[in-house]
Write a protein that binds this ligand. Sequence first.
Ligand code: PRT
Length: 114
Amino acid sequence: MSDVLTALGEVLEQRKNAAADSSYVAQLYSKGLNKILEKVGEECTETVIAAKDAERSGNNDELVYETADLWFHTLVMLAHRGTSPQAVLDELARRFDLSGLAEKASRQRKLGDA
Ligand SMILES: N=c1c2ncn([C@@H]3O[C@H](COP(=O)(O)OP(=O)(O)OP(=O)(O)O)[C@@H](O)[C@H]3O)c2ncn1[C@@H]1O[C@H](COP(=O)(O)O)[C@@H](O)[C@H]1O
């Protein structure tokens, strides 16, 4: 499942050497972090709206499309910051099988210790 994410992460790295007029990703890099974050915010809002519409209509097509846009722009954000989809996959793997409630409780214990 992560093959596409890994391959896309490699393309995003290669685009750091591409001319802005030859690539959408290179164009985003050249505009800087704020522009990338603006796109992440936009895609996030569009995903929320698509989820509400999907709930009403029962059709998830637009929701999947907008989520792909959101994932893509978060990957551009990570690459711009010098990290990769693999780092996120590793973090999800670390959390795998760890109950969300247990993890939250351990976080609260750590905060209490501090
Ligand atoms: N997965 C994607 C991908 N998903 C979405 N997008 C682009 O993200 C943009 C989405 O923004 P919007 O919907 O707001 O559209 P817009 O109005 O054109 O955007 P703005 O003018 O507001 O910036 C569109 O231009 C999409 O084409 C993507 N662009 C590229 N990729 C991948 O990135 C690779 C490298 O792309 P280039 O750098 O363009 O070669 C491609 O081969 C793909 O694998």
